[in-house]
Design a protein around this ligand. Sequence first.
Ligand code: ING
Length: 311
Amino acid sequence: MARFITVGAAQSGPIARSETRGDVIARLIDQMREAHARGCDLVVFTECALTSFFPHWFMEDDDEIESYFESELPNPATQPLFDEAVKLGIGFHLGFAELAIEEGEKRRFNSSVLVGSDGQIIGKYRKIHLPGHVEHRPGDPFQNLEKRYFEVGNLGFRTWRAFGGVLGMCICNDRRWPETYRVLGLRGAEMILLGYNTPDNIPELPELDRLCDFHNQLSLQAGAYQNGSWVVAVAKAGVEEGVSQIGGTSIIAPSGEVVAIAETMGDELIVHRCDLDLTKPYKEHIFNFAKHRRVEHYGPIAQQAEAIPPD
Ligand code: ING
């Protein structure tokens, strides 16, 4: 019996600092309704989907920083989105800045949740690969202060049985690291959901600017193919608070082929009916980990490359 998930990848255009949570939730509900109208079982929103991507500017005041975080989910501002999901009978993925209290300590994470059509949270992920820097770089055209505002995620890479398959999550920079997809692949991921806020220029590496879109697609397509998984990657696109970000929201098949891609730099929904059994040629044959992968023969796998110098 074939297993299908009809997925809507809901690209976000820029979110201005002046937009309230209510303004943004209204945009997300519009996309959720469109996704439902187009037959989606699941709609995927982006990284930090509720606010401007605030790591792009320097802040020192804790209250100002934490105004971009959610201390619980759902909460009064986001409840309408959860309610709409239940009303429409559609699941969703949402990236958000998470303010958690753990062992009496305040913790800040760049997080995402997978929510069922019953409005219940199925799983949560906290971003592990935090790019950028801790210190303010006043000379740069924009900042990437994720290492300042977030802690490294402490939930690992996990997968969940949902929507008739096995789903995993990662966030933005995670998608550039092959380990992300391999750990999720080893955990049986048939579909990996992620959002990203990616500038179309790298101040300290201008020679790579021309490659931003290519490296995005390369990372997604390789990760999908090498682990036989669908990948649904959703951008926050366009010029947001002066920072120009790539679009390219796309749905990647386990073959590595791009089966749907956004054509604009604004709010745009792309939809694909994903056949989870298209994972089989890769998971059961080409990348059958049990039959072909030989970790024990690779030699000592150092935690960091410099630990084992070349011969
Ligand atoms: N943004 C970027 C990303 O990984 C980046 C940062 C851009 C890192 C280009 C390396 C190269 O897509 C986030 N939010 O991780």
